[in-house]
Design a protein around this ligand. Structure first.
Ligand code: ZN
Length: 468
């Protein structure tokens, strides 16, 4: 407020005698403009330098560790001095900071690395003496990386990169060291891909940039509805939305499939992943039905179906006879899995069936497994089994011409064709999660719509793989 009268006076001053004042005013404005321009130019160029330096620092830092202290220490020598005069203080000493990165060579131990860096062996002993927390440092593997922060020949910090996501961090505190495991925070990105099958799912997926492990996962998700060995045909299409994990802009690994679509012989199958509040992850149809069935379609990895359900000529009995199951030919010793959760009701020899296991499942269902070579060790009547548990091994006991599994599926004791029977779905999404499920999956379903249209337009198994 004290200055305002002066300013007013200055503003008023050109008023009384405008003609005389004009030339001076021009000079003043010109001078002020040049000065102002100079200041602005200085600021802009320095900001540009500062920004570039920062980006360099970001790229060169050892890894995106969460510790702020480390980041600051590395940045120090590269930081641009502030324009603030109080900050440009010569009494402020920039320490002699020196990060050294060491690749572990064959034959290297922590001791040899310390000696190469001319570090005091006493510091090595202090670190090794920390026990369990630094035990990993005793087993260095060639190719691994260690980073040392050395100030005045003294080890201040040591970082041991264990893998892409984990490192051991040793920091000097006072006269000793403390060690801690640092879990790096990976950046999660959503990616998507779509493809059309020409020869095989694996080739089409590979061309769409999907690794083999994820293709297996895709086949597992839809494996309840689609037989990927027998049913997949040229022209079938797939789209998937999945997670990718990045560290410092570099892809580290893939995450889970979040949603997927498979179009098999014109039938559209869709699955979305949902994780409930207990952390249980499961794939569901968009309507919230489980993608799984309560029973495996085939309880064994077979080479061929050697006999179907129905009337047939029995090769051993040499006469026509109703075949109440399906025979899956497989090498002797191939594991046989429980088709669904249930309780063992029979383990033993059963006439022409040979070594047989029977399982009673919830409700009206039971399954029979015959001609086994042997049972799973210690399998007993009354045992509770989960779907997929191994119960025995393929053989040719009883009336059998060669090693195969004779498998029966019964509803209320009546034999049904295991290849075609309508298998009941596994538990659908729980009512209390339904709203959350819809909220969480709607976006993925919309994206699947788009991807589906894209995959139709693909002329071959050409890839579309873009980041979201
Ligand atoms: Zn049979």
């Amino acid at each position: 407020m004290a200055h305002s009268p002066v300013i007013q006076q200055n503003f008023k001053s050109p008023g009384p005698n405008p003609r005389k004042r004009v030339p001076y005013a021009h000079w003043a404005i010109l001078f002020a403009s040049v000065a102002l321009f100079g200041v602005i130019f200085f600021l802009i160029s320095d900001i540009a330098v500062a920004t570039r330096a920062n980006s360099l620092v970001t790229q060169n830092k050892p890894a995106s560790f969460q510790q702020v202290s480390l980041h600051d220490k590395i940045n120090l020598p590269l930081e641009i001095p502030s324009y603030d005069e109080t900050a440009v203080d010569n009494s402020f000493e920039i320490p002699e900071v020196n990060w050294k990165s060491v690749k572990v060579l064959k034959g290297d131990t922590l001791a040899t690395v310390f000696s190469k860096l001319q570090l005091n062996p006493k510091e090595l002993h202090k670190i090794v003496r920390l026990g369990n927390s630094t035990a990993k440092l005793k087993r260095l593997i060639p190719g691994e990386e260690l980073k040392f922060l050395i100030v005045d020949n003294e080890l201040r910090e040591l970082i041991y990169i264990i893998n892409n996501e984990q490192s051991l961090h040793v920091i000097k505190s006072g006269d000793s060291y403390t060690a801690s495991d640092v879990q790096l925070e990976l950046n999660k990105r959503i990616a998507y891909a779509a493809g059309k099958i020409e020869s095989s799912l694996f080739i089409a997926a590979q061309e769409a940039g999907i690794p083999g492990s994820m293709t297996m996962e895709l086949a597992n998700i839809f494996g309840w509805d689609i037989d990927f060995v027998l049913d997949v045909k040229t022209g079938d299409r797939f789209s998937l939305i999945y997670e990718e994990y990045f560290l410092d802009g570099k892809k580290v690994r893939n995450g889970d499939i979040l949603a997927a679509e498979f179009v098999n012989k014109g039938n559209v199958y869709r699955a979305v992943r949902y994780v409930d509040s207990n952390g249980r992850a499961e794939y569901y149809t968009p309507e919230g039905k489980s993608m799984r069935k309560r029973f495996l379609r085939t309880p064994v990895d077979f080479t061929r179906i050697s006999s179907k359900f129905g009337e047939r000529f029995h090769p051993v009995l040499n006469r026509m006879r109703q075949h109440n199951g399906v025979d899956y030919a497989a090498p002797a010793g191939t594991p046989i899995k429980a088709a669904g959760d249930g309780k063992i009701t029979f383990v033993g020899k059963k006439g022409g069936y040979g070594n047989t296991v029977m399982i009673q499942h919830a409700g009206r269902y039971s399954t029979v497994y015959a001609h086994m070579k042997n049972y799973k060790r210690n399998l007993r009547n009354g045992d509770v089994v989960k779907q997929g548990d191994i119960i025995g091994y393929v053989g040719s006991s009883g009336l059998a011409t060669g090693p195969h599994l004779h498998y029966e599926f019964r509803i209320n004791g009546i034999h049904r064709n295991p290849l075609t029977v309508n298998l009941p779905d596994d538990t659908p999404i729980t009512a209390k999660y339904r709203t959350d499920f819809q909220l969480n999956t709607q976006g993925y379903l919309t994206l699947l719509d788009t991807l589906g249209r894209t995959s139709v337009a693909l002329s071959s198994s050409a890839m579309t793989d873009r980041r979201l």
